[in-house]
Each structure stands twice: as structure tokens, then as C-alpha cells.
Design a protein around this ligand. Structure first.
Ligand code: SF4
Length: 462
């Protein structure tokens, strides 16, 4: 990262295959995160110990919680002959020693390159009685030479519904809500809004109460939070599914639609006014419940802040790095504030991302300014900033190097955040989340203004 200090503004090489400082992490990190959103679940990494150690430490550093997970501990032998024997032993040991309700297995680059057949291995574990009665093994494929932590998350949620969802033929009146890749605090807020609407919601995965649990003085391997196996099973009987974020939720939501005839609506992760409105209206439409005054109240507070502080947001140029579902929502919020989303990079592949951003900025002052690269990296972002700077950076902790070198305030958002607290506790989604994002942006902008102001321009009241 320090080498970025020598980044030049001139883009002399058209890089096709080389990524420098990626704006993503590997698929299993997202798969492990999703698995932790099931109550009583022990994730398992089918690969070498090093992979598992990285996935666990990435999540521990972000959440400041101890992340327990198993590994198939590949050695030279399993790397050549396959990891079936290791995984069968692991499943048996984990159920007998740690007693989880579910083991959620994801693959890694190595086991995918060998070609381990997960369906066959898990079937063998079941037929050999290594999965105790009433317990479950779910699995997904997460080779990390494709995709990102977001696709890994999506693959594991797909694994949940594919392995667990059932339909009895009788609808249960519930609404499935699948949050995209977001914080435990965001998942709690998504549930809170559904509760305010009086919707009987089945939210999964749900890492709230698992990865932001209180310190009680007693170690709980399986904290009280998380979606229960029974709830995920019942998702096949729901009256509908709302997927929040196309990249992370379309796959499982469409599977429930196709396999269990549960109609789905896929909308954005609810950042800012427009996408939170869309979430509230989707809840109202699919449940038939009216929007209560308490929701109008919270929305009105967001409109009030926009009105009060618009002059300080207006025209500010912002550079963002992160996940597509999150960046789409954040870009909408910036446009709502008349800010300029100048540069966006995402490491998660998908050609719909640029089209979505172009659609958002169309007809706004940003239309001919916004640059987008997907898949892109933080090196190109830094080069663009060198060419023409911005007023604000939004992205994960790795952006702090650019922030420091270019003297630009950084709003930490996304994954991973390893040097600040708050992301697991305070939501960025919903109307409350919009207020928090605006507070953070305004604080950053005005703090810099105070620092740089001349004596004559140093204001007491904004
Ligand atoms: S990129 Fe592949 S080899 Fe590296 S930690 Fe992730 S799964 Fe393991």
C-alpha cells in the first residue's frame, strides 16, 4: 500500500489482467459471513488451514468478535488425491465436539481446482451416518479465482435455500427478506422496519445478535441471534421474498420463486431515501399492510436534514470503492444530496454495475463527470484522484492510504473496516441509516473546512 505514494496521474498502461490493491476480498469470506447468520451454525472451509485462517481473521478484524470455523486442513496428500476423507472426518468431529445445528461448508481455490464434488461428499456423510438426526450440512461452491466476497455470500445463501427450504403446500403468511451483504446493524434495521410495518418477516441470513452480541463474561459459541433452521426451512411456504441487492440476493430469491413458487421482488439495498422508500413500498405491497405514521416520521427527519444542510453537500465530489449493491445505493443518496459521485470502482464483476450507475447519474450534473470501473481497483481510483481530486472518499479501511496522501476526508464504509468501530452497531440502511451517513459526511466536510478556514472565514454556526 505504501507504494501507492508513488502513484502517478498518468495512466500509461492499459491493464487487463493485473489488479493492484483490489476492491474486494475472496469468495469464502462472504460465504463464511452468511453462514454465521444462521443460529447454531459452524462454518467450515474445505481447503487448506491458511485459507480458513485468512477468512476467520478478516471477519474477526472487521467485527471484533471471535469467529469459529472448521477447516479440512488439506495437506500434500489431500491436495493430490482430493479432500473427501478430510471433510468426512471433519463433519463427524465437529458434530460430536462442538454440537452445531448446522455445518455450512464452502469450498476454496484448492478444493475447486482438485474438483472435489461437494454434493457427492455431503451425500456420503449423510449415508454413512456422520450427520446426526435433526442436524444439517449445507454447502456451496466458492472458488475465489472468480467473483468476490459478495458472490460468495450469494452462493452460501443459495446453499441455505437449496439445502433447507421446503414447501408443504400451505402458505405460512410470512414474507422472506434476504438482506444483501451488509452489517449486522443493517440486518437489525431491516428487521426493525419490517416490524414497524407489522410484517411477519423471515429474515435470513441474519448476523445481528451474532456478530454484534453483548459481552456477558461467558463465551457463547452460538450466540442467541441468527435465523433459525426452522425459519429457513419454512421459506418455501412464504407468500413472497424481497431480495435487497441484486448481486447478493437474486440467486436465492429466484430459486425460491422457481422451486417453491414464492414470488420475489429484487430491489436495492435500502441506502438513502429512494431505496428505503422502495423497501417500505415493497413491504406494503407484498404484505398488504399500510405504511404507519412512525415510518413517515423517520422519513421526514431525513428530508429535514437534507433541507437544512443541502448547501454543504451540494456539488461536493466523492470517490467510492466497494461492493456493487452498496455503491448503487450510496450513489443514489449522493445524487439525492446534489453531490457528485465522481469516481466509482468495484472489484466484484458484473457488467450491469456500470449501467446502473450511468442510469442514476443521467440528467444530473454528474452525468458527464462520473467515471466507473468494474472490475476496478484502488490503484486506478488513486490515479483518477491524482488527475482531479475529490472532496470526500467513501470505502473500506484500505482507502486510508489515499486519504492520508491526498489529504481527503474518508468515510469508512463497506468491508473490511479494521481501524474504527460503529459499523456493526449503527446501521447505514433505512432512514436512520441515511441520517447516520449524512452526519458522517457532513462532519468530515465541515471538520476539514474548519481546519482550513482563514480567521475571517472561521464560522461558529453552520
Ligand atoms: S483466494 Fe483462494 S487460496 Fe486465497 S484465501 Fe481465498 S480461497 Fe484461499
Amino acid at each position: 500500500m505504501a507504494l501507492l505514494r508513488h502513484t502517478t496521474a498518468d495512466i500509461t498502461v492499459d491493464r487487463q489482467a493485473l489488479t493492484i490493491n483490489p476492491a474486494k476480498t475472496c469468495q469464502p469470506v462472504g460465504a463464511m459471513y452468511a453462514a454465521l447468520g444462521i443460529h447454531g451454525c459452524l462454518p467450515h472451509s474445505h481447503g487448506s488451514q491458511g485459507c480458513c485462517a485468512y477468512h476467520r481473521s478478516a471477519l474477526t478484524r472487521h467485527t471484533k468478535e471471535p469467529i469459529a470455523a472448521g477447516t479440512s486442513s488439506f495437506t500434500e496428500g489431500s491436495s493430490v488425491f482430493g479432500g473427501q476423507a478430510n471433510l468426512l472426518t471433519a463433519i463427524q468431529n465437529m458434530f460430536s465436539v462442538y454440537e452445531p445445528d448446522v455445518i455450512a461448508v464452502h469450498t476454496t481455490c484448492l478444493s475447486e481446482t482438485i474438483g472435489d464434488d461437494m454434493t457427492q461428499i455431503v451425500e456420503k456423510a449423510r449415508s454413512e451416518g456422520k450427520v446426526p438426526s435433526g442436524k444439517h450440512v449445507i454447502y456451496c461452491n466458492t472458488p475465489s479465482y472468480v467473483g468476490s466476497h459478495v458472490t460468495g455470500y450469494s452462493n452460501m445463501v443459495f446453499g441455505m435455500v437449496k439445502n433447507l427450504a421446503e414447501s408443504t403446500g400451505t402458505k405460512n403468511g410470512k414474507l422472506n427478506i434476504i438482506p444483501g451483504f451488509c452489517e449486522p446493524s443493517d440486518m437489525a434495521e431491516i428487521k426493525r422496519i419490517a416490524e414497524m410495518m407489522g410484517v411477519d418477516a423471515n429474515v435470513f441470513p441474519d448476523t445481528s445478535g451474532v456478530l454484534n452480541a453483548p459481552l456477558t463474561g461467558k463465551y457463547e459459541m452460538y450466540p442467541a441471534g441468527g435465523a433459525s433452521v426452522a425459519d429457513i426451512k419454512s421459506s418455501g411456504d412464504a407468500v413472497g421474498t424481497i431480495g435487497l441487492g441484486r448481486w447478493a440476493t437474486a440467486q436465492p430469491a429466484k430459486y425460491l420463486d422457481a422451486e417453491h413458487k414464492v414470488p420475489c421482488e429484487i430491489i436495492g439495498l435500502p441506502f438513502g431515501l429512494e431505496d428505503t422508500d422502495a423497501y417500505v413500498m415493497a413491504l406494503a405491497k407484498m404484505s398488504g399492510k399500510p405504511v404507519p405514521a412512525s415510518i413517515d416520521f423517520e422519513r421526514g427527519q431525513v428530508v429535514d436534514v437534507i433541507s437544512d444542510y443541502h448547501q454543504y453537500f451540494h456539488g461536493k465530489r466523492v470517490a467510492l470503492a466497494g461492493d456493487p449493491d452498496q455503491l448503487i445505493g450510496l450513489t443514489k443518496l449522493l445524487v439525492e444530496l446534489d453531490m457528485i459521485p465522481a469516481y466509482l470502482v468495484s472489484g466484484t464483476p458484473g457488467n450491469k454495475f456500470e449501467r446502473a450507475i450511468r442510469e442514476i447519474v443521467k440528467g444530473t450534473p454528474a452525468e458527464n463527470i462520473t467515471k466507473v470501473k468494474c472490475p476496478g481497483d484502488m490503484f486506478i481510483l488513486h490515479q483518477w484522484i491524482k488527475q482531479e481530486s475529490v472532496d470526500l472518499l467513501i470505502g473500506n479501511t484500505y482507502l486510508k492510504y489515499i486519504a492520508r496522501d491526498e489529504d481527503i476526508p474518508l468515510i469508512r464504509h463497506g468491508f473490511p473496516i479494521t481501524d474504527r468501530m460503529g459499523h456493526t452497531l449503527f446501521p447505514s440502511v433505512g432512514y436512520k441509516g441515511a441520517l447516520r451517513l449524512m452526519e458522517k459526511m457532513l462532519d468530515a466536510i465541515l471538520t476539514k473546512r474548519d481546519r482550513d478556514a482563514s480567521e475571517a472565514e472561521f464560522e461558529l454556526v453552520y
